[in-house]
Structure formats: C-alpha cells, structure tokens
Design a protein around this ligand. Structure first.
Ligand code: HEM
Length: 431
C-alpha cells in the first residue's frame, strides 16, 4: 500500500500490548479526542480490541482508508478467513458472532469479488429508479403522522419515536410493503438483534415474508424497489433477492437513524450550529454535511480481512487479521483538513458514504429522507432538549454513533391531533 519501511521498523499486532476498546471511540462524549489520541500514539493505523482480547487494526489515515476500501482483492468482507476463529478468540457469549461468523454471510454488503459484482447492479438499478419527488412526499407524510402522535404531549424521545422509525417506514413503503407487513418485519428485525441463539429461526421467518413479497411484486409487475429486484436476471434465486431487499432496508435504517438523530442533536445542543441554521446562513443540507464531517454516522466500518500479509503505514497486517476503517478519523485526518470551518460548507469530500466497490448506493435518496425528516420536525415544533446537552448518552455500538435517547419538550398545540391507525405505534421496538 505504501513504500515499505525496513521490516524491523514495522509493528505487528503481537508487538502492540494493551489496546483501546473500539467502542470507546463511538460512545465517548468527544470521539475526536479518542481518535486523535490513537493517531498520536500509533500513526495512521492503530491496534484496537473489538472486544477485550479480540484484536483488529483501526485505519485512521485518509489515504490509507481509501486504499483499504478500494483494494477489494487485498481486503475481503468474508469473515471465514479471520484468524481469530482458529485461535478460539470468541467466547460463547460474545456479541461478535453476528459480525465474525465462521461462514461467509450471504448479503450484498458482505459479498466479495465476482459475487458482489453480480449482486450490486440490481441494487443500483432499484435505487436509481426511486422517484425523489415521490420519496419526498412519502417521507413528509410519514413524518407528519409520527409528529401527530406526540405533538399534543409536549414531550417526546426523538430517537425512539422519530429518528428510529422514519427510515423503516419510508423504506418499507418504497419497497412496496403493506403497513401490516412492515410492522411485522420491524418486530422480527428487533427480535433477531435480541435473540442470540434463536436468531436463526427469526431470520428464516423474515426471509419467508420477504421472499413472498418478492414473488407477489413480480406477479403484480410493480416498479418499486422489490419489483425491480424481483425481475432482475443477475440473481440466482428469490432467496438472494429477499436477502438483498432486507439488506437494503437494514442498511438504510441504521445509517439514517444516526444521520437524523445526530443532526437533531447538533441543532438542539450547539447554539453556534442552531443559530447558523435558524439564522438562514446555512441550509439544512449544509447542516447534514457538517454532521458527516464533524461526527459521522458510521464512524467505524464493519471489518475487512487481509487476504495476505500487507504493509499499511508502518504496520504489518498479517493474513487473516481484521481491519476496521475509521471513517471519522479519516475525515479528520490533518492531511486533508484545514483550520477554516467554512471549508466544509458545500464540500462533500468526506468518506462518510464509503469508497470502492461497497460504497453506499443511496447517498442522494438518504439525503432526501434525512433532510425532510429534520426539516419537518423543526418546522412543526419548537423543540428544546431536556437536560444538559453535554450529558447526551451515546448508543454503545462500536460501528454507529447516535444518541441512545433524545428527550425533548415543546409547546403543545391548541387542537388535538387526529388519531390514525397508521403508522403503528412502534415505540416499543426502538427502545
Ligand atoms: C436510503 C438510504 C440508504 C440505503 C438504501 C443504503 C444502502 C446501502 C447498501 C445496500 C450498502 C452496501 C453496498 C454494497 O455492499 O455494495 C451501503 C453501504 C454503505 N452505506 Fe448506505 N444506505 C443508505 C443510507 C446511508 C446513509 C445515510 C449513510 C451515511 C450517512 C450510509 C453510509 C454507508 C456506508 C459508509 C456504506 C459502505 C459500508 C462499507 O463499505 O463497509 N448509507 N448502503
């Protein structure tokens, strides 16, 4: 990857001693302090633990990160080559079994090489035919209905009742799912994340529902996301189509939750930021970009695995070792940053949508949904964050950064809102 320093100057994982836990980067009040501490100590690539005793390399440098993401021959998503399996690093209770299974995962985001090249075009086709005007109208309507639900209460948790719900509802409608199916799928998805050993049966149930929906979309000849996947020749089976539709929905869900919630946190907790938005000097789009620069939604990407020994920076990454690209740190690399905060306005050169073959296929659609979700809420309600903004609790995911809760208050309106049957009350599934 870089001009190779003499091998006695290279650091190997076994030379690294005590390592920072990856989740310390995402759950910290100030992730920058943690990433910059790692950069100062280790340079562009740092050793971390995914869980205590489960090592991985964290790529902090922008050039190095882009190099790893683009080099899909040198670094693959297939976790079966991870050397930690043979070393027995994962205990039975480890939460990493879903991330580092012994067998390759079937989904697009985890496919490599020829399989990924075959499965990606249908996703690009399905997402590029989504009409943005229709997506905007759907998002506006669903956001309005969600706000109706809590508007009269004068208080809400904007994560559980809004940011975590909007993406799933919007994607379900763009997928052509009926409201009842969407609700059932969200219940099952939540159960899968909580189920541990029972996750397999739940996954089977989920795929049965989505496979049925794919067949139904083909019969009806729909032109929604499911309809495009249903007739695409690149797939070998309806199971692959169902796995891909599920992967699209879940990928959108997590990233959008984080983008909407993070933007709301910044606007509600940082007077400099909120004054700039409300003062009209920055459009909501600029606010969304500033979030992706300052405190990105997917700070650490799911691991890749080195296919052979490779030098990155001054580290020797050995075959089968796990490599995590730290998008947040790459975005803050002093080599690409200037001291002028206005440089980020209108500048979308961040790595927040990834790079290389697995880069996000939906940055435009994601932006439409996030922009409208933030704008609708701010237009409808005069929200104020409850408690000290510095005390916001961050979710304990090593991969995503979003507030665990966002309690707010606002003056309730005079009139009572209508009580509709849709969208369903999904608060229980997002807490
Ligand atoms: C409608 C919304 C979205 C959809 C449907 C979507 C879908 C996807 C899919 C299917 C992938 C896997 C692509 C592949 O493996 O070829 C992906 C990757 C990715 N998405 Fe999105 N996404 C959405 C929104 C977002 C947002 C809002 C962000 C962040 C701001 C984001 C960040 C990423 C990143 C960083 C990757 C690359 C992951 C990697 O290389 O490991 N996505 N997205």
């Amino acid at each position: 990857m870089t001009a190779r320093p003499p091998s006695d100057l290279l650091t190997r994982m076994r030379d690294t001693g005590e390592r920072t836990l990856l989740v310390e980067t995402t759950a910290a009040a100030d992730p920058n302090a943690v990433y910059e501490g790692l950069r100062k100590r280790w340079g562009s690539v740092a050793p971390v633990d995914l869980e205590p005793g489960v090592p991985a390399w964290l790529v902090l440098g922008h050039n190095e990160a882009v190099g790893v993401l683009r080099d899909d021959r040198g670094f693959v998503k297939d976790p079966s080559i991870w050397r930690g399996h043979d070393a027995g690093l994962l205990g039975p209770q480890s939460a990493l079994h879903l991330v580092l299974p012994r067998t390759p995962k079937p989904t697009l985001a985890d496919a490599d090489g020829v399989k990924h090249t075959r499965m990606r075009p249908p996703v690009d086709d399905a997402l590029s035919q989504v009409d943005e005007t229709r997506a905007s109208a759907i998002t506006r309507r669903l956001c309005g209905m969600l706000i109706d639900r809590f508007e009269d209460r004068g208080r809400a948790d904007l994560v559980a009742e809004y940011a975590a719900v909007v993406p799933f509802l919007v994607l379900s409608e763009l997928d052509g799912l009926e409201p009842g199916q969407a609700q059932r799928l969200q219940e099952i998805t939540r159960a899968i994340f909580e189920a541990g050993a029972a996750a397999r049966e739940r996954t089977v149930e989920l795929l049965e529902i989505v496979t049925g929906h794919i067949a139904h979309s083909r019969e009806r000849g729909t032109r929604d996301i499911a309809g495009v996947l249903a007739v695409h020749d690149n797939f070998e089976s309806d199971l692959e189509r169902a796995q891909t539709l599920t992967a699209i929905t879940l990928a959108a869900n997590e990233s959008l939750l984080a983008w909407i919630a993070q933007t709301l946190v910044l606007i509600l907790s940082d007077p400099r930021f909120s004054n700039r938005v409300s003062g009209g000097r920055l459009h909501i789009d600029d606010a969304l970009d500033e979030v992706l620069w300052r405190s990105t939604t997917n700070p650490n990407l799911m691991p890749r695995f080195a296919v052979r020994d490779v030098v990155v920076g001054d580290k020797l990454i050995e075959r089968g070792e796990a490599v995590v690209v730290a998008v947040h740190a790459a975005n803050h690399d002093p080599l690409i940053q200037s001291d002028d905060p206005w440089d980020t306005v209108g500048n979308r050169a961040y790595l927040s949508f990834g790079a290389g073959p697995h880069r996000c296929p939906a940055p435009r659609l994601g932006r439409v949904i996030a922009r409208i979700a933030v704008a609708e809420l701010l237009q409808r309600l005069q929200v104020k964050l409850v408690g000290d903004p510095k005390q916001v609790t961050w979710a304990t995911s090593p991969w995503m950064r979003f507030p665990a809760r966002l309690p707010v208050t606002f003056p309730p309106p005079q009139a009572q809102p209508p009580q509709g049957a849709w969208p369903p009350d999904m608060t229980a599934f997002t807490q």
